[in-house]
Design a protein around this ligand. Structure first.
Ligand code: ADP
Length: 301
């Protein structure tokens, strides 16, 4: 069982020839709506692999909220913990230029209404899981409360500090079992350089000294650096031809949670998460690119 506490967003992907200037209206060649938000993406990845996934999240009181709920159900996610807020659903207008350059706006909307008090309504979900997974598109205080509850009930907790937030409180981070930043997020948090593997190792060890049990620094096509108190290794990525890396980080986190919840040890779960994330970068889209357990087999063999 996996419990994800976090965000959901509707991606409004607009393919443009160029940005309009002020006062101008121009045509854009294409548009696509997509289900996103880091929390939702991670929940979908774990669920497609076969985990029993519960999600604590907040959708808006609007059409997007209804579509989100339908999408969670379609992906066999338990929505007991999903509530309807008063604000609009979280949305992300994304503008993609012909050069593939992106401009992204994030409207957190109802995700900001996922307050610490909301978690107290779902203590049963929090107590009865193998791992709790957190990201940073909901209020930081809610994550802190989730970490405290996880510690109280002895449930392993994974914090994926994305998007980076300089205000993240190190005292709470030090209480997590798994901390999974990318190089940039690690640099933001520690204020240490992360330009090469030695520097990344040093910054990761610093976090271990502060109390984090396992550091898992994702390194894109290089894989993931695992550091714990007495061991650690670079778990290399699978070599693939990447066509779209959006959502790769989330597929990695969600699949790691699945494999860990299945009882795999950390390096094995990391190896399998690398395999899962590698398949997603060979396919277009975010959740759309996440394979089921059955599809994954055909990719690996
Ligand atoms: P983020 O998108 O959060 O920055 P990364 O780019 O570090 O995350 O990617 C997360 C994981 O996805 C990596 O650890 C790796 O397993 C996988 N991955 C990302 N890009 C590639 C790639 N080009 N080839 C193979 N695996 C990849």
């Amino acid at each position: 069982d996996v419990l994800v506490i976090g965000s959901n967003m509707i991606d409004l992907i607009t393919y443009i020839n160029r940005m309009p200037i002020e006062g101008e209206t121009i045509e854009a060649p294409d548009f696509q709506m997509g289900f996103g938000g880091k929390g939702a993406n991670q929940a979908v990845a774990a669920s497609r692999l076969g985990s029993k996934v519960s999600f604590i999240s907040m959708v808006g009181n609007d059409t997007f909220g209804k579509q989100q709920l339908a999408n969670f159900k379609e992906n066999h996610i338990d929505t007991t913990g999903v509530s309807i807020g008063t604000k609009s659903s979280g949305a992300a207008p994304i503008f993609v230029e012909p050069t593939s350059d992106n401009r992204i706006l994030i409207i957190k909307g109802a995700n900001n209404e996922l307050t610490p008090e909301v978690l107290d309504r779902y203590i049963d979900l929090i107590k009865n899981t193998k791992i709790i997974v957190l990201q940073q598109e909901i209020p930081l205080e809610t994550n802190y409360h989730a970490i405290d509850l996880a510690n109280q009930f002895n449930i392993p907790v994974l914090l994926n500090p994305a998007p980076a937030n300089e205000d993240l409180d190190i005292n709470h981070v030090s209480k997590v079992d798994f901390f999974s930043p990318n190089e940039t997020e690690l640099a933001t948090l520690t204020g240490m350089p992360t330009n090469n593997l030695d520097e990344i190792k040093r910054a990761a060890k610093h976090m271990i000294d502060l109390g984090v049990k396992n550091m898992m620094v994702t390194l894109g096509s290089k894989g993931v650096l695992w550091v714990s108190k007495d061991s650690g290794e670079l778990v290399p990525a699978v070599k693939v031809k990447a066509v779209d890396t959006t959502g790769a980080g989330d597929s990695f986190i969600g699949s790691f949670a699945h494999y860990f919840a299945q009882g795999e040890d950390v390096p094995t779960a990391l190896k399998h998460a690398n395999q899962y994330a590698a398949v997603t970068v060979t396919r277009q889209g975010t959740q759309k690119s996440y394979p089921t357990a059955a599809e994954l087999v055909s990719h690996i063999n």
